[in-house]
Design a protein around this ligand. Structure first.
Ligand code: HEC
Length: 163
């Protein structure tokens, strides 16, 4: 007799078919596919930022894509060690310093103050994810991950709209 699929295997099947769907839709758009090959579709360009300043920032942020994937899968699938290591890596990422007075043309000088506030917040929230993964506390893991992702989106929003 066939056993009924467990809830976890249903979740896994759901994730896998979502993945298949996403890659199928990427494959149908050649431009999106080329961007994927470079590590992700990336953020749209903010209109206030000079191209060379953006290039510098992009380079600094290039690891976000891999970290985002690793964290999403490891938290979702309760792979505590990977989740903890990835969250610690995010927390330890070098930060962009606030601009010094008199250096108006460095990339940081174009960024809004809130960018730097969120940069600190993401560190604290990533530390909370690492702690929850370390304790194998599933409820704390899902909640802290949700809060962390809020900060990710907030910063991208502030960055694009310069609020
Ligand atoms: C302090 C602000 C800030 C925070 C916090 C932040 N990001 Fe980013 N992120 C950026 C900037 C700036 C870029 C580069 C934007 C560009 O391409 O112009 C970026 C780029 C990215 C990219 C695209 C990378 C690529 O290859 O183009 C991904 C994916 C990403 N971030 C994910 C995340 C995730 C996940 C988090 C939270 C864990 C996060 N970011 C937190 C500012 C931030």
């Amino acid at each position: 007799m066939k056993r009924a699929p467990s809830p976890l295997s249903l979740v896994l099947a759901g994730c896998l078919s979502l993945g298949a769907l996403l890659s199928a839709s990427a494959a149908s758009k050649p431009k999106a596919k080329a961007a994927e090959a470079k590590g992700g579709p990336g953020l749209p360009a903010p209109d206030y930022l000079p191209e060379d300043a953006r290039a510098l920032l992009r380079k600094k942020m290039a690891r976000h894509g891999q970290d985002a994937r690793d964290l999403m899968f490891s938290v979702t699938l309760l792979r505590y060690d990977v989740a903890r290591a990835t969250a610690e890596r995010i927390a330890a990422e070098p930060r962009i310093d606030r601009p010094q007075a008199g250096s108006e043309d460095e990339p940081a000088a174009f960024l809004p103050e809130r960018f730097f506030v969120l940069q600190d917040e993401v560190r604290r929230r990533a530390q909370a994810v690492a702690a929850a993964a370390g304790k194998k506390d599933d409820a704390a893991l899902s909640e802290s991950y949700g809060l962390l992702v809020q900060t990710c989106v907030s910063c991208h929003s502030v960055y694009l709209k310069r609020e």
